[in-house]
Design a protein around this ligand. Structure first.
Ligand code: SRM
Ligand code: SF4
Length: 616
């Protein structure tokens, strides 16, 4: 596979700017002002782990019984007790400085610091694939970016070798920067913080990026503008992006999504907390019905279930905080496969869980008492509360290509970024386009694509002619039938960078869709999701066709004998749906070799049988 595309098309020189251009005097990662006042912490620069007055951060906030459970818990719990991951908020700068000074190298770092705790600072060591290089996972609440952000990302990764210095849009409407070396960390974090972005608590036992509607504020069918809500929840979780020890020792990862319309572009049904917009029947006030417990893992996949609670939009962050603190203190510290929120809910029963959250909410916000005790409101478009049979069926809209906004004279333009991979020069081109047409604004989607909002209708045709969308890999479908298999393509990282991957995904995904489009006539968009292993980061279960990395065997002649040999393979899922009436796809075929020779005929059969495709 080719790990890297050519970037020559856009005629830009490779950028070699050092990040020092962005250096500020601010202490990145953790400012003393946030915590020192009420907790008597030392200044970040004076603190050292092990100092008697340096509390164990996340652990400090855990109740005694939770600590006792963690002491008897899994090995990650013990590792967190030994030294909390939130230590990385500051230590990352010490490590970076020591490497710059030449007094240490990444290889000298404690392996738990390098490979686990640094994830609290958003840094994922890619030890297996690119030793010494890190991926930095950011937080981009609601996927809202600017041209300045894109240029910063391009400058950041552009200094690393071309086969590792790339930018990925993730399935959580987020950005991951690749190829990064630890010594550059302080300047990178400063640069992010200066730009209102953050790197904290994006991996391990933390809350992931806050997903919202990518067309919030511009969607003619919008029920709630999710932008401020997502930002508020993120600010509560991350302490405005500086790092929040209070929520730094959760039992496991945690996902939150806020939907803004009936389309559920945020995929609430596969998040630990999903907020689905619905007006209050009595007051008419817009708020959210809460669904909980959705998640994917190797052991189990689960679609969210209704919590039967309605909350006001303005109370969303408070509600999430109450759930998170309750989960922190009561979630399982034992088997990590059983530590996600749903297991706690199942232990307590939904009624018990609902009561516990309502009590926690009242205790935390006495002035708002009762805010988490209002039963779910009947969705006006449903036959009856709790049913999933809408009176007016709603077809999930496609947000790629050109769409009129609710603001007259303006449109949003959704473009396809193949498998979410952005090269530095392409990031520069995206930034230039945003400056020219969308007042510098760029939005991300969970399908790993980009949206330019607020494009003046008179400028749309000029935007469509931009070289990036015509001579490169990016494209803008013009009709419903254009690029039927590439437009809805999603792919996780795969073996190029991910150490747990069973197969290479992104390049294979792009190539397979192209080949099938060349040979087949398909009259409807088919959403194809690739995921390199059963963790399902690429969400195979929500796709029309999901391909999940797994073992396969093929017959091969060795020394005159036909033998079965292990090769990269996929398990194929069919029938997933996201939106108002979600459904998790199920396994259709297992152990299909991932080689095109085997995969293409099977995909063709599926496309013909289930999606009306015909040979060209
Ligand atoms: Fe994921 C672990 C990548 C979305 C379920 N995920 C990983 C790791 C960190 C494994 C590792 O250590 O290498 C992957 C990093 C690879 C890399 O270098 O990029 C990884 N996950 C991703 C991303 C980048 C896939 C992508 O290409 O977009 C997504 C980043 C989202 C973000 O911005 O935060 C990503 N991961 C998801 C999703 C989808 C979602 O959130 O909607 C899921 C399923 C939903 C869920 O979590 O319930 C998901 N990832 C997992 C799991 C299984 C969780 C579990 O409870 O067992 C793991 C493994 C784990 O946590 O132990 C995992
Ligand atoms: Fe890695 Fe597996 Fe997630 Fe793909 S699904 S990014 S291979 S952990």
């Amino acid at each position: 596979t080719t790990p890297h595309r050519s970037t020559k098309e856009f005629g830009r020189k490779k950028r070699m700017l050092r990040l020092s251009k962005f250096t500020t005097t601010a202490t990145a990662g953790f400012t003393e002002s946030s915590y020192d006042d009420d907790n008597g912490y030392k200044k970040a620069s004076e603190r050292r782990f092990g100092d008697s007055d340096w509390p164990q951060y996340g652990t400090k906030y855990l109740p005694k019984q939770t600590i006792e459970r963690a002491e008897r818990g899994n090995k990650i719990e013990k590792l967190k007790l030994e030294k909390c991951g939130s230590a990385a908020f500051e230590e990352v700068h010490e490590f970076a400085a020591a490497i710059r000074e030449g007094t240490t190298t990444w290889e000298d770092l404690d392996i738990d610091d390098a490979d686990v705790r640094l994830k609290w600072a958003g840094l994922f060591h890619r030890r297996k694939r690119t030793p010494g290089r890190f991926m930095m996972r950011l937080k981009v609440p609601n996927g809202l970016l600017t041209s300045d952000h894109m240029r910063f990302f391009a400058d950041t990764v552009g200094i690393y070798p071309a086969d590792v210095g790339v930018i990925d849009i993730t399935t959580r409407q987020n950005i991951q920067l690749r190829g990064i070396e630890l010594q550059d960390m302080t300047e990178l974090i400063d640069g992010l913080q200066m730009r209102g972005l953050s790197n904290v608590q994006s991996g391990m036992d933390n809350v992931r990026n806050l997903v919202g509607s990518p067309i919030a504020g511009i969607d003619p069918e919008e029920l709630v503008d999710t932008r401020d809500i997502a930002k508020d929840i993120d600010a509560m979780i991350t302490n405005d992006g500086k790092g929040n020890p209070k929520l730094a020792n959760l039992p496991r990862k945690f996902n939150i999504a806020v939907s803004g319309s009936r389309d559920d572009f945020a995929h609430t049904s596969i998040n630990d907390i999903g907020l689905r917009p619905c007006p209050n029947k009595e007051s008419g006030e817009m708020g959210f019905n809460v669904i909980v417990g959705g998640y994917f893992s190797i052991k189990r996949v689960m679609e969210s279930i209704p919590m039967d609670i309605w909350i006001k939009a303005e109370d969303a962050a408070r509600f999430c905080e109450a759930v998170l603190l309750y989960f922190r203190d009561n979630g399982s510290r034992g088997d990590r496969q059983k530590a996600r929120l749903i297991w706690l809910i199942e232990d307590m029963g939904m009624e018990g869980f609902r009561q516990a959250i309502s009590d926690k909410y009242d205790e935390m916000f006495p002035k708002k008492k009762g805010g988490a005790a209002i039963p779910a409101q009947p969705e006006p478009w449903a036959v009856a509360a709790g049913t999933n049979t809408p009176t007016q069926p709603h077809k999930k809209r496609d947000i790629l290509r050109v769409h009129s906004q609710k603001q007259e004279g303006l449109s949003w333009v959704g473009i396809n970024v193949p498998a979410g991979r952005i090269l530095p020069d392409e990031a520069m081109a995206l930034a230039d386009i945003a400056d020219k047409y969308s007042q510098g604004e760029i939005r991300l989607t969970v399908e790993q694509n980009v949206i330019f909002p607020n494009v003046n209708n008179t400028k749309v045709s000029e935007l469509l002619q931009e070289p990036l969308f015509n001579i490169g890999h990016y494209f803008i479908p013009k009709t419903d039938k254009d690029f039927p298999l590439s437009r809805g393509l999603v792919s996780c990282t795969g073996s190029q960078f991910c150490g747990v991957a069973l197969i290479e995904t992104k390049n294979r995904a792009i190539e397979l869709s192209k080949r099938l489009e060349e040979e087949l006539k398909v009259d409807m968009p088919v959403r194809i999701h690739w995921t390199g292993c059963p963790n399902s980061c690429g969400q195979a279960q929500v796709a029309d066709i999901g391909l999940m990395g797994g073992p396969a065997r093929v017959e091969k002649e060795i020394d005159g004998k036909v033998k079965k040999v292990a090769v990269e393979g996929v398990n194929i899922f069919l029938g997933g749906k996201v939106g108002e009436d979600p459904f998790l796809g199920e396994v259709y075929k297992k152990g299909v070799p991932a080689d095109y020779k085997y995969l293409i005929p099977i995909m063709k059969d599926i496309l013909k049988e289930k999606f009306g495709a015909m040979e060209k």
